[in-house]
Design a protein around this ligand. Structure first.
Ligand SMILES: NC(=O)c1ccc[n+]([C@@H]2O[C@H](COP(=O)([O-])OP(=O)(O)OC[C@H]3O[C@@H](n4cnc5c(N)ncnc54)[C@H](O)[C@@H]3O)[C@@H](O)[C@H]2O)c1
Length: 469
């Protein structure tokens, strides 16, 4: 659905009026376009203490052909960048021509206690006015749960509060994230860095991502412009809405997509499958024979690489008015069916080596919502399932993660009452709803063979919604 306010405030008289009246002016977010570089503009680097990721970052920026600048707090960057064949320059905090940058990247891995946090203040204070619209802030840290020293754990945990505040302050489409990299997982950072720097992560902000050292080595894609090349990917609920966008983004990134939806949606499903050069599978996921059907379909095509559990329903009623059938149907589609299908596919050896399971949760599952006790239960259950399965699946080299969308412009949200719809759109740091493709891009990042260290993560695609924050 069209967001008329967003369009009005960004052209001619509308832009002038909103500025005179001091009304919020949501930024038109930059979205991914093939052929464009990962990031269009320079990255400014900072760090504190003995930063542990600078060498890796130099290699990654070199492979992305990114221009870097460095804050005077990390003079060592000059040599590290030169050794990696990277062009760099010192960034000047003072003067009439402070250079604008597209991203701020801070390596906080070397900060051992809160008394060293001054380095963060210096970097972000100096650069606060230099970030361009739709820019990115990425802070790298060490996973607090793995820090031996309580002071280091506290220092690293503090980064969460920092990035969530920056994400709220910067506005103008700027997104800020924290990435905890476990010791030994440094070679697993590339797919995450590419996703977070690029317009693919337009509607992801204020998130904390954990990269673990994978039990089994996973190889990065050969071609980052087609990172899912050769993958066979099942997308449930793909006849419309977010599922269609996921199928389209997967196909764009090189995958063969198996589009699944209920038999009543067969004609839309077949049209989509034909457009994407994929295949259609009309199956009701709650049917008794659904798990067995999926196992035999997967086996017949040599196993599937990625399973995206996107199908979902709402049957909203306040608890006092909610009939048992409304409760049960939502839990069955949104949670129990996923459990049965995961068990069958995993037990039947139908998920290939380095497989990926990606679930679609919701911020309702995190924040709760009036009239959605059934839906919120199911979506919180999905989060529990992901966290519980991640460690055992990691031993098989399979990752499991979830996206938790906020307000996304789909048929579902178009049917909301105007007041609720407008609140959903504006009560987030981006001051607008997300597009189905924003959820799809996050799913594609989880699906990448380069994301082997990313497991057990729940990433909100909600523009940093105030709900449940
Ligand atoms: N739209 C949003 O703002 C939003 C926000 C948070 C989470 N989500 C979640 O994202 C997912 C997609 O949402 P959407 O807005 O595109 O919804 P949608 O209603 O437009 O699409 C859901 C699809 O799932 C299919 N489906 C439902 N039950 C099925 C079953 N038993 N077997 C097979 N297919 C089935 C439907 O036929 C439909 O095509 C859902 O899991 C939803 O809960 C959406």
């Amino acid at each position: 659905m069209k967001d008329s306010y967003l369009n009005f405030t960004n052209v001619g008289i509308g832009a002038r009026l909103t500025s005179i009246l001091g009304l919020p002016r949501p930024e038109i977010l930059e979205r991914y376009e093939t052929e464009k570089p990962t990031i269009t503009g320079a990255v400014l680097l900072g760090g504190g203490g003995k930063s542990e990721l600078l060498e890796v970052l130099a290699t990654l920026f070199e492979s992305m052909r990114t221009q870097t600048l460095f804050h005077s707090q990390i003079p060592e960057w000059l040599k590290i960048a030169n050794d990696s064949g990277l062009i760099t320059g010192r960034w000047e905090a003072e003067g009439t021509h402070v250079q604008k940058v597209k991203a701020l990247v801070f390596d906080a891995t070397g900060l051992k206690e809160s008394s060293e946090s001054e380095a963060l203040h210096r970097f972000f204070h100096d650069s606060a006015k230099s970030i361009l619209p739709c820019g990115r802030v990425i802070v790298f840290g060490r996973t607090p749960e793995h820090c031996n020293q309580p002071r280091k754990a506290a220092m690293q945990a503090g980064l969460e509060g920092l990035i969530r505040s920056l994400a709220k302050e910067y506005k103008r489409g700027v997104a800020a994230q924290l990435v905890y990299v476990a010791e030994g997982a440094e070679n697993q950072m590339e797919s995450t860095l590419r996703f977070l720097l690029s317009p693919r992560s337009a509607y992801v902000s204020g998130q904390v991502i954990r990269i673990a050292k994978p039990k089994k080595v996973s190889r990065a894609p050969r071609d980052w412009s087609a990172p899912l090349s050769g993958k066979k990917i099942l997308v449930t609920g793909s006849a419309r809405g977010i599922g269609t966008a996921i199928a389209e983004v997967m196909a764009r990134d090189g995958a063969k997509v198996i589009c699944l939806d209920i038999p009543q949606a067969q004609s839309e499903l077949e049209k989509l499958a034909a457009k994407l050069d994929g295949s259609a599978l009309a199956v009701d996921l709650t049917g008794d024979d659904a798990p067995e059907t999926l196992v035999s379909e997967a086996r017949a095509s040599g196993g599937w690489d990625v399973i995206v559990h996107n199908a979902g329903i709402t049957r909203d009623k306040k608890m006092a008015n909610m009939r048992a059938d409304l409760w049960n149907s939502v839990i069955d589609v949104n949670l129990s069916a996923q459990e049965r299908i995961n068990d069958a596919l995993l037990g039947g050896g139908a998920i290939n080596k380095s497989g990926r399971i990606i679930c679609v949760s919701s911020i309702s599952g995190i924040a709760g919502n009036v009239g959605q006790a059934n839906y919120a239960f199911s979506k919180a259950g999905v989060i529990g399932m992901v966290k519980s399965l991640a460690p055992s699946l990691a031993r098989q080299g399979i990752t499991i993660n979830a996206v938790a969308p906020g307000f996304i412009e789909t048929q579902m949200t178009a049917s909301m009452p105007l007041g609720v719809r407008e609140a959903g759109r504006r009560l987030n740091s981006m001051q607008q709803g997300g597009q189905p493709e924003d959820v799809a891009e996050a799913v594609a990042w989880f699906a990448s063979s380069g994301s082997g260290g990313v497991t057990g993560n729940i990433i909100r695609v909600c523009g940093q919604s105030l709900l449940g924050a």
